[in-house]
Design a protein around this ligand. Structure first.
Ligand SMILES: O=C(O)CCC(=O)C(=O)O
Ligand SMILES: [Fe+2]
Length: 356
């Protein structure tokens, strides 16, 4: 078992972007300029843009419609790697509460927030992750990353020490996401046609990490990136936006960046590297990024649902046939996590090393 405090790897210390954005800047410092970004497709009418599929948890849970909704889930995961989950049974009050308290946290003064700052050699806490060299370009965001589950892996100086209403909101939300995620994994087993529990069992007492991303407005939004294009290293990720009206998330589909229009109170769910491996490459962890704008801050709450730190991951045995031979090596989940967290965020390069 990893010693506490090093599970999420380490990152170099970088300036606080929220403070930087308060300065009367007309241009941003060169370290934040990303000159060669692809522009997204922006249709003038949001309704005419291709959109990530909506999956209805109530239909998954209903005897009458389960088959067709599992089919929709399969297509969403195979063709998009992303879907918006509605009717997920997490109450609006729990969602609103975690959104409000997260917003309140980022409103605190720097000194107050820095009580939870990343310590040297540890990515958990308030700061920025994935910075491994002094000349690396930086993202226009700050983040608060916290191990939420299992509770014995929580760092004593973080979750237990957060201002009380925030801590309560996170704990309640984290438990609800865990329940919804386990249900979702059951339906992913059906969608993939793998043996009952072959996927879910890996996630029992799994590692859950929450990351609150804060993207301040930026005077040169098209020159910077809120979060660098990446695929998540997780099992599955549940994303909640604090304000549905502020767009920022974009996903790469067939080589084109597509902005995601958040459905009110839905979770934006995506397949991570671990599920790509378990599905034997049937589902892919899709590259995504967040862009920023010149007027409004944007806050997102990502919950990374991961396997148990002690398990080994590899393609589900029930998926391996002579026609569909095994595509990935087996690997200790803890080693995958360490690999992922020790590098710069970068498109899909992380999973390539596991192909046979
Ligand atoms: O803020 C967003 O919409 C995306 C965040 C994200 O991709 C992440 O935290 O991994
Ligand atoms: Fe992500």
């Amino acid at each position: 078992m990893e010693p506490k405090g090093t599970i999420l790897g380490k990152s170099l210390h970088v300036p606080n972007v929220q403070e930087l954005a308060k300065e009367p800047l007309t241009t941003v410092p060169p370290r934040y300029i990303h000159p060669d970004q692809d522009s997204p497709i922006i249709s003038s009418l949001p309704s005419s843009r291709p959109q990530v599929p909506i999956i209805d948890m109530a239909r998954l849970l209903s005897q009458d419609s389960v088959h067709s909704e599992v089919e929709n889930l399969h297509h969403a995961c195979r063709d998009w790697g992303f879907f918006q989950l509605i009717n997920h049974e997490v109450s609006c009050s729990i969602l609103e509460n975690v959104k409000k308290e997260t917003q309140e946290f980022f409103k605190l003064g720097l000194e107050e927030k820095n009580k939870y700052a990343q310590k040297a050699g540890d990515n958990e806490g308030y700061g920025q992750a994935f910075v491994v060299s002094e000349d690396q370009k930086l993202d226009w965001s700050d983040m608060l990353g916290i191990i939420t589950l299992p509770s014995h892996l929580q760092s004593p100086h973080l979750l237990p020490k957060l201002p009380h209403p925030f801590r309560d909101a996170i704990e309640e939300y984290s438990r609800e996401v865990e329940k919804t995620a386990l249900k979702t994994l059951t339906f992913l087993e059906k969608a993939l046609k793998i043996k009952h529990d072959e996927l879910k069992v890996l996630f029992l007492d799994g590692l859950q990490v929450m990351r609150m991303n804060y993207y301040p407005p930026c005077p040169q939004p098209e020159q910077v990136i809120g979060i660098t294009p990446h695929a998540d290293g997780s099992g599955i990720t549940f994303l909640l936006q604090v304000d549905d009206q502020v767009e920022g998330l974009q996903i790469k589909k067939d080589g084109i960046w597509i902005p995601v229009v958040p459905h009110p109170n839905a979770f934006i769910v995506n397949i991570g590297d671990v599920t790509q491996i378990i599905s034997n490459d049937e589902y892919k962890s899709i590259e995504h990024r967040a862009v920023v704008n010149s007027e409004k801050e944007r806050i997102s709450i990502a919950t990374f649902v991961n396997p148990n730190l002690g398990v080994e991951i590899g393609p589900a045995l029930s998926l391996i046939t002579p026609q569909t031979p095994v595509k990935f090596k087996r690997i200790a989940y803890g080693d995958h996590l360490k690999n992922y967290m020790s590098k710069e965020l970068k498109s899909k390069s992380n999973i390539d090393q596991y192909y046979i």
